[in-house]
Design a protein around this ligand. Structure first.
Ligand code: HEC
Length: 397
């Protein structure tokens, strides 16, 4: 389990997304402090952004990671490892890395500003903002994992994630507004109180707002919350509701994952490719679709993203690095080798690297001798395999 977790962390920090996420909050918080020196003011503005961005990014990245690592998950499932452990380590790897990115991003500017003796610290308030952001990360990643376990089809999974986000951030507010206007004659406190608990984002917002002395920001649900509970009880209640919001989707996803029969991904590669391209545009270093289309090597490189769950170019992950593979076969003529690799990618490979893996792989998960490369023909057609091979052989030069 620890090894799995270590691997997940390693993978997460290899991911440029986390760095962007961290930088986003760092720059945002720093500029807010630049314009408004008071921490309380900064928190109130930051909160509005955090409750939009954190759920969105947790949902999208959670969904992407889960679908992208299908292949790797299938490899793990061929090992004598408990499925629950796979799911939990993946979950912890994702949530902890995202939270660390978020927390460092908002914390560093605050600590910096505190060095100025004129600034009055608002530790409890700031701390609540951080807690609330971390909770939302855990909640929405749990949802993302649940969704991607539930929907076999990646496009549907993304759709569901986006819908959920729209619900918690926009549609829900509309519903509350509608209720307030339509039923203003009736006592609304209790129904609205219950409704607020049905939205993790609202609860996370209330959790912070309760500590802010700005009545204007409380909003309708917040005001009722404050009337019902004092700050302390309100904090405890919102905290427990947030814990529930982590546990429910996490357990449901876990149960579903344990029972799931992994079918190979549905053939929607073309569409998936476009979507992931649109979303991971920054992750690929800002390359446009045209550039990729006009350059077969780049195309192959993009297609080979799935391989990177197991193979790195130079580093040892759970399979031999591409450079090592090329080195081993350097005396084989490229034509012959091309045929061999074509076959490998299409139908998988087992046993050729057994000794090498035994000696060189630090991450020894399960029985190494049962590690193999699963067939990739479900993911790529012949033309795409050839593009990958173009890229692979370009590494030789
Ligand atoms: C789930 C993990 C996994 C994925 C994904 C994966 N591989 Fe592999 N690959 C392996 C393992 C494990 C081996 C060693 C197999 C063996 O011992 O024969 C291997 C071996 C290879 C070899 C060497 C085969 C030989 O003839 O010696 C090549 C080439 C290769 N992989 C290319 C790829 C490419 C290209 C992709 C992406 C399209 C890919 N792999 C995706 C795990 C993976």
């Amino acid at each position: 389990m620890l090894k799995l977790l270590k691997y997940e962390f390693y993978n997460m920090f290899r991911n440029k997304w986390i760095v962007f996420y961290f930088l986003f909050f760092l720059i945002l918080t720093a500029s807010l402090f630049y314009f408004a020196k008071e921490p309380a003011k900064v928190v109130s503005t930051l909160l509005q952004i955090v409750i939009l961005v954190v759920p969105l990014i947790s949902l999208i990245l959670g969904t992407i990671f889960m679908y992208d690592s299908r292949n790797f998950i299938e490899l793990l499932l061929s090992q004598p490892i408990d499925r629950k452990k796979i799911y939990i380590s993946k979950y912890l790897g994702t949530t902890i890395s995202l939270s660390v990115g978020f927390i460092l991003g908002v914390l560093i500017p605050y600590l910096y500003v505190l060095k100025n003796p004129d600034v009055k610290g608002e530790h409890i308030l700031y701390f609540s903002l951080i807690i609330s952001g971390a909770f939302m990360t855990f909640i929405f990643t749990a949802f993302a994992f649940f969704i991607s376990t539930f929907f076999e089809d990646r496009v549907k999974g993304f759709g569901a994630s986006i819908l959920l986000w729209l619900y918690v951030t926009l549609i829900y507010d509309g519903i509350i507004l509608f209720i307030i206007i339509y039923f203003r004659e009736y006592p609304l406190e209790k129904p609205v109180l219950i409704l607020s608990m049905l939205n993790p984002v609202d609860i996370a917002r209330i959790f912070v707002i309760l500590k802010l002395d700005m009545a204007a920001l409380l909003g309708y649900t917040g005001t009722i919350f404050k009337q019902f509970f004092d700050t302390k009880l309100g904090t405890m209640t919102s905290l427990s509701v947030m814990v529930l919001w982590i546990v429910i989707p996490l357990i449901t996803g876990l149960v579903k994952f344990s029972k799931k029969i992994f079918k190979q991904e549905v053939k929607m590669k073309k569409r998936i490719f476009v979507i992931t391209m649109a979303i991971s545009f920054s992750a690929s270093g800002g390359i446009t679709q045209e550039e990729i289309d006009s350059n077969p090597i780049l195309k192959g490189k993009m297609l080979a993203k799935k391989c990177s769950w197991c193979h790195d170019i130079n580093k040892n992950l759970v399979a031999p690095p591409f450079k090592v593979i090329l080195e081993r076969y350097k005396s084989v003529p490229e034509n012959t080798l091309r045929k061999q690799f074509f076959e490998v990618i299409k139908n998988g490979s087992k046993g050729r690297w057994k000794e090498w893996m035994k000696e060189n792989l630090k991450i020894k998960m399960g029985r190494l001798d049962s590690m193999y490369m699963p067939p990739q023909k479900e993911y790529y057609n012949d033309e795409e395999i050839n593009l990958i091979l173009d890229w692979l052989f370009s590494l030789k030069k």
